[in-house]
Design a protein around this ligand. Structure first.
Ligand code: ING
Length: 317
């Protein structure tokens, strides 16, 4: 028996600062239609897929920040995407900046949603690992103010049980920097997640260590492939790519099998769809054997991982 689902990784090229949500939604719908024409059951878009990567700039006023956020999902500009998904009967994963008005006030999250083929939102995730800094640092070629503009997510790393392509499966979501932290995949893997969608906006230049700039593509796939292999799950990594407002963003969107192999990848830095037929049953090749958590994990020896944040000085202990 196999549970094959066809997945599209819909990479986006640059989104300019003044590009309207409406214009971006037209691009998303184009990619969604191409995905459907190739038989995709679900199409995955990048992190912050509705706007340019605005944390690259310092904004004085909160109003200048809030204009990048969605107050409703779907909202007036994104309803067309949901309508097209329903018409095509295709699911999607979408990253966006979420402004949430809650009982204790207004909150800002770097968010992704999982939407089924009936255009119903069946899952929401809010980014946990926020990279960058909180204050304007003019020495940098560009800012990376995610710690200023977003709050840490408050949903943890949830697992979503849903049907895609007519098959029941367990799906997870993460966003960009989350993919660099092994804890992300393990918490999802321990919940039986079989496929994780991870949108990203990754500048090739890393101000604090420019000598690593040439390693960004390597580190991207290293993180995604390790996460997939060590937890026996499919990984769908989707970039916003290309020269976006003077910042070169990494591409190489890809789909990775539970063995850690890249089974398809984008080869441009523009709007491009890469697809693969993913058999969710293949997760058991890994999860029943080399990474059989029940048989082989020794959590009573892993205490430090949850007891400490920054590590311990073993010289003193
Ligand atoms: N971007 C980057 C990422 O984690 C980064 C930040 C770039 C960290 C390069 C380390 C090296 O891919 C986001 N949006 O998290």
């Amino acid at each position: 028996m196999s549970r094959r689902i066809i997945i599209g990784a819909a990479q986006l090229g640059p989104i300019s600062r003044n590009e309207s949500r409406r214009a971006v939604v037209v691009r998303l719908i184009e990619l969604m239609r191409e995905a459907r024409s190739r038989g995709c059951d679900l199409v995955a878009f990048p992190e912050l897929a509705l706007t340019t990567f605005f944390p690259r700039w310092y904004f004085e006023s909160q109003d200048e920040v809030d204009c990048w956020f969605e107050r409703e999902m779907p909202g007036p500009e994104t309803q067309a995407l949901f309508d097209e998904a329903r018409r095509l009967a295709i699911g999607f994963y979408l990253g966006y900046a979420e402004l949430a008005v809650e009982s204790d006030g207004v909150h800002h999250y770097n968010t992704s949603i999982l939407v089924n083929k009936h255009a119903e939102i069946i899952g929401k995730y809010r980014k946990i690992h926020l990279p960058g800094h909180t204050e304007n640092e003019p020495w940098r070629r560009f800012q990376h103010l995610e710690k200023r503009y977003f709050e840490r997510g408050n949903f943890g790393f949830p697992a979503f049980h849903t049907s895609i392509g007519g098959h029941q499966g367990v799906f997870g979501m993460a966003l960009c920097n989350d993919r660099r932290w092994p804890e992300t995949y393990r918490v999802l893997g321990l919940q039986g997640v079989e496929m994780t969608f991870i949108g990203y906006n990754t500048p090739v230049h890393y101000s604090q260590a420019p000598e690593h700039d040439h390693l960004q593509a390597f580190h991207n796939h290293l993180s995604l492939q390790a996460g997939g292999y060590q937890n026996g799950m499919w990984i769908v990594g989707v970039a916003k790519a290309g020269d976006e407002e003077g910042s070169e963003l990494l591409g190489q969107s890809c789909i990775i099998a539970p063995t850690g192999e890249i089974v398809t990848m984008c080869s441009t830095l523009g709007d491009e769809l890469a697809t693969a037929s993913c058999d969710l049953d293949r997760c058991s090749e890994i999860r029943d054997n080399v990474f059989n958590f029940e048989q082989h994990r020794e959590p009573d020896t892993y205490g430090l991982i949850c007891e400490t944040k920054g590590g311990v000085d073993t010289l003193k202990t």
